[in-house]
Write a protein that binds this ligand. Structure first.
Ligand code: NAD
Length: 354
């Protein structure tokens, strides 16, 4: 099936579209991995890739991850993703976002976009001026679902870390549990705040050192240099920056019995889940633990599409199901000896008919 195209990360994606708009300078790739369960949903990343091949690799892997994530979150959505290839100056213009909105609109609802790294709520509002197939838009009132997905993603990861601590360390509370957090942006910062409330001991790290320092001051946490955070001796290493950090070298450096965080595509290659398991490290499959944001924006999108409203409590209820899914994966992994990431993939593949 893949013989006509040798991209190693191609996984029978239903559509991979290169978008180029000369007037605005937009170059983007939209990938729809699967629409088996519904329209392909997943965010748009705005990133400067030194090599455009990395953008293709990212979008193919991220869109497959979205198929798995949406299926495992019980959402009636397939999986897709878009990347906008930023220039080295990372300039983002209204014209680019408009052209991107037109490209999403031209897919006629097969793809529903949202925020991801480098794309904020205001950008999604701009995209929504050109197409209705947008989620993660500002919502009216504190009790409505939707808006910035970051806090909801953080909420799911917080629940997932507590489940991992219970499963691996036999502790019902994270009080005194040492969590090293890589990346203190929207997701990592939110996770840190929630854990701090429960009395966890935190080590924070960010390539934006001022950001990590400011949060550490606020929460009474320690900081670690970006190149040191993966070797911090702790109970939980929580990756909340970019993906592919769990490679041979990264895994060898880990000094934690648990890896549980929100970054997408944490495993550099498929065999790295096995390597974690061989080291006795409990791994929370990324797309299962980080589904909180997509749960929120999907319920927001479906409510707007259907002319109804979605209560934030419904979102919270669904996010609270994440620990149960992780438990199911870990139990199956414990009994079968199959690494947790493979168990999760098999469950997800079954759900999307593959
Ligand atoms: P963000 O841009 O708000 O934060 C990312 C942070 O990571 C930034 O502060 C950045 O400086 C830092 N960072 C980058 N490289 C780093 C490194 N090598 N070491 C330490 N820090 C580094 O992005 P976000 O929304 O918090 O997303 C973080 C991750 O979570 C991404 O992988 C994203 O795909 C994933 N994710 C986000 C959501 C969401 O709802 N925002 C949902 C699911 C998954």
């Amino acid at each position: 099936m893949t013989a006509f195209w040798t991209e190693p990360d191609y996984d029978e994606h239903e559509l991979v579209q290169l978008v180029h708009d000369r007037p605005s300078g937009l170059t983007a790739i939209i990938a729809l991995h699967s629409t088996h369960l519904g329209p392909a949903a997943g965010g748009t990343r705005f990133w400067h890739y030194a090599d455009p091949k990395d953008a293709m690799r990212d979008v193919l892997r991220l869109s497959r991850g979205m198929s798995y994530k949406n299926a495992m979150a019980g959402l009636p959505m397939g999986g897709g993703k878009a990347v906008i290839l930023a220039g080295s100056d990372k300039a983002k213009t209204p014209q680019m976002l408009a052209a991107f909105g037109d490209a999403v609109g031209a897919l006629g609802g097969r793809y529903v976009t949202a925020e991801d790294v480098g794309i904020g709520e205001a950008d999604m509002v701009a995209v929504s001026q050109r197409t209705e197939y947008v989620s993660g838009l500002p919502v009216a009132g504190e009790d409505a679902a939707g808006g910035d997905p970051g806090p909801f993603t953080a909420m799911g990861i917080y629940h997932g870390i507590k489940a991992a601590v219970r499963h691996k360390l036999g502790k019902d509370s994270v009080a005194g549990v040492h969590v090293a957090i890589q990346g203190t942006g929207s997701v990592g910062g939110g996770v840190a705040r929630l854990l701090a409330k429960d009395g966890a001991k935190l080590t924070l790290s960010d390539i934006n050192g001022d950001r990590a320092e400011a949060l550490a001051d606020e929460l009474g946490a320690q900081t670690a240099a970006p190149d040191a955070v993966m070797s911090v001796s702790c109970d939980v290493f929580s990756p909340n920056a970019l993906g592919a950090i769990l490679d041979d070298e990264g895994i060898a450096r880990l000094d934690a019995p648990i890896v549980a965080g929100g970054a997408n595509n944490q495993l550099a290659r498929a065999h790295h889940g096995k390597l974690l398991a061989e080291r006795g490290i409990l791994y929370a499959p990324d797309y299962v633990i980080n589904a909180g944001g997509i749960i929120s924006v999907t319920l927001e999108y479906l409510a707007r599409r259907d002319g109804t409203s979605c209560d934030i409590n419904e979102v919270r209820k669904r996010i609270a199901l994440i620990p149960g899914r992780l438990e199911e994966i870990w139990r199956e992994s414990d009994t079968s000896g199959v690494p947790a990431d493979v168990v999760a993939d098999r469950m997800a593949q079954k759900l999307i008919g593959r």
